[in-house]
Ligand binder design. Sequence first.
Ligand code: IPD
Ligand code: CA
Length: 160
Amino acid sequence: TVLFRCSEFQRLESEVAALRKQLDDLAVVVTKNRDAHLFPNGRSVGGKLFKTDGSQGSFESSKATCSQAGGQLASPKNASENAAVQQIIARHNKAAYLGMNDIQSEGTFAYLCGGEIGYTNWADEEPNNAGGKEDCIEMYLDGKWNDRSCTERRLIVCEF
Ligand code: IPD
Ligand code: CA
């Protein structure tokens, strides 16, 4: 067992208090930086950040752009995340590709990391695999999803 003298205990107590203050100050700085970086082209929801650089690309090039940036193509997994992506694309007035696709297995949409999708927000009559060649998903300006060919040009929105 380690025995602390009273003076040592008091020293540790004030050290912990100082560290706690430093953590609080750091949290303020981190939040401020996050908000600054998200203005005006990003959104924060839960622990996720969604952001566009304003450029456009095919599904493959959007996917590459996001992974090079250390993130991945936006893949909203619930209504709040979907709303965050929708706000970004509405602001830019351009539809965007999402990460999910059925390239591997027609009719079964999966996340980029694999695994069948849970949350969906399909537009009416979608997915219809029009022309037999719609393996990607675009988000319309209203937040609804349409399966679409992977080779159109769409706003690049990444998540981190
Ligand atoms: C099509 C329509 C359709 C949708 C397809 C699109 P287009 O657009 O919007 O509703 O399901 O994915 O390709 O080809 O008629 O301009
Ligand atoms: Ca479609």
